[in-house]
Design a protein around this ligand. Structure first.
Ligand SMILES: [Zn+2]
Ligand SMILES: [Zn+2]
Length: 367
């Protein structure tokens, strides 16, 4: 096959138009498995060919250690997708986790990337026994142990737990998995004999985190099997008490899905109660933040007066201004310290009132 047929060739606007025109129902689901894979590049191309033909969109990581996939499948092709996945020994019967809320557009294209590792943890594989994982717990078992007083630990990044988390959970301040691992071990040091319960979005990070904690002497480590996504399904199916409050941050176009009506977040700009998550729309910035509706209006969907000033300009001037500047495009660049942001906003508002602009260099660009 011509290698050009094995990747998406459309630009973002074209893709959005295609996605919006598409009327067929889609199912958003995710799955992962740690399993030894060989000839990963060959496998990658084979999967791309098969899944693309089924109309699958999404983001998939392959590594010698396994697969981690977030995809949206045309609902009529669900059974054929299941069969295509099961046709490979390495993936047979891998549990699918279905999205709690089905979005209009979760993904615009299919990307399958070959990576060194499924989750960037910054750890050497031979540093500890990655197969010595914590006990997998169902939602009801997780609830029971919570009720019995186990320490609950959120293994996600700070911007994920900012809009939803388990009641009373330890929430790491780190914005990367590696940092969260170290922080959790430090904060729980001395409690190695006490029961610890880990959870994350879909379960994959807890596989690594639970092995890491056990390596550091924790001897009663449990992990929520299937993560928050499957917890929500089990709670609904079995009529259990929902101990997760708020929204579950997800890594697709939806950004988050609502698990309960509780609003647990705080607007990073004004401090009011909010669990609305957004990226700063100024494309040279793109910072991820919790932003209430009022602040979104006030700052024109930007993180700060400085970004707003650029974002409000005619497209041609914005384009000129961006020349030679780095454009950030990663979702994961988040605000770790809202107080620092609020301070910056106050300073910028003062300067703006004083000078009428935060970007004096614009005078040369605006006709
Ligand atoms: Zn606000
Ligand atoms: Zn910004």
């Amino acid at each position: 096959m011509n290698p050009h047929h094995l990747r998406n060739l459309h630009g973002p606007e074209q893709l959005r138009a295609l996605a919006e025109r598409e009327s067929r129902a889609r199912t958003t689901l995710s799955f992962y498995r740690y399993t030894k894979l060989t000839d990963v590049d060959v496998l990658r191309n084979a999967l791309y060919g098969e899944w693309n033909a089924l109309g699958v969109l999404g983001r998939v990581y392959l590594a010698a250690e396994g697969i981690n996939a977030q995809v949206s499948v045309p609902s009529e092709a669900r059974d054929r997708f299941r069969a295509a996945v099961d046709a490979r020994d390495a993936f047979r019967n891998v549990p699918f986790k279905f999205a709690v809320e089905d979005p209009a557009i979760a993904f615009l294209k299919l990307t399958i990337k070959v990576k060194k590792k499924l989750v960037a943890d910054g750890l050497a594989d031979d540093a500890f026994d990655v197969t010595n994982v914590g006990e997998h717990l169902s939602a009801s078992a997780f609830n029971d142990r919570m009720a019995a007083g186990a320490t609950v630990v959120d293994m996600r990044n700070n911007y994920e737990s900012a809009i939803g988390h388990f009641e009373g959970a330890l929430l790491p301040k780190a914005d990367k998995f590696h940092g969260a691992l170290k922080e959790v071990v430090e904060r729980l040091d001395g409690k190695q004999d006490a029961p610890v319960l880990l959870y994350c979005t879909g379960g994959i990070r807890c596989e690594k985190a639970s092995a890491y904690l056990k390596h550091h002497g924790f001897n009663q480590v449990g992990q929520l099997h299937g993560g928050i996504i499957d917890y929500a399904h089990q709670v609904a199916r079995e009529g259990l008490t929902n101990r997760f409050k708020g929204r579950n941050f997800v890594f697709d176009g939806r950004m988050a899905e609502r698990i309960t009506d509780d609003v647990v977040g705080t607007c990073m700009q004004c401090g009011s109660v909010s669990d609305r998550i957004a990226n700063c729309l100024e494309e040279s910035c793109n910072l991820l933040l919790v932003q209430c509706e009022a602040c979104a209006t006030k700052y024109n969907d930007c993180c700060s007066p400085s970004c707003r000033e650029i974002h409000q300009l005619p497209a041609t001037v914005q384009h000129e201004w961006r020349k030679g500047r780095v454009t950030r495009s990663t979702l994961a660049k988040a605000i770790s310290d809202p107080e620092e942001l609020r301070q910056r906003i106050r300073e910028e508002e003062e300067l703006l009132a004083l000078n009428g602009t935060l970007h004096p260099e614009l005078t040369t660009l605006i006709p």
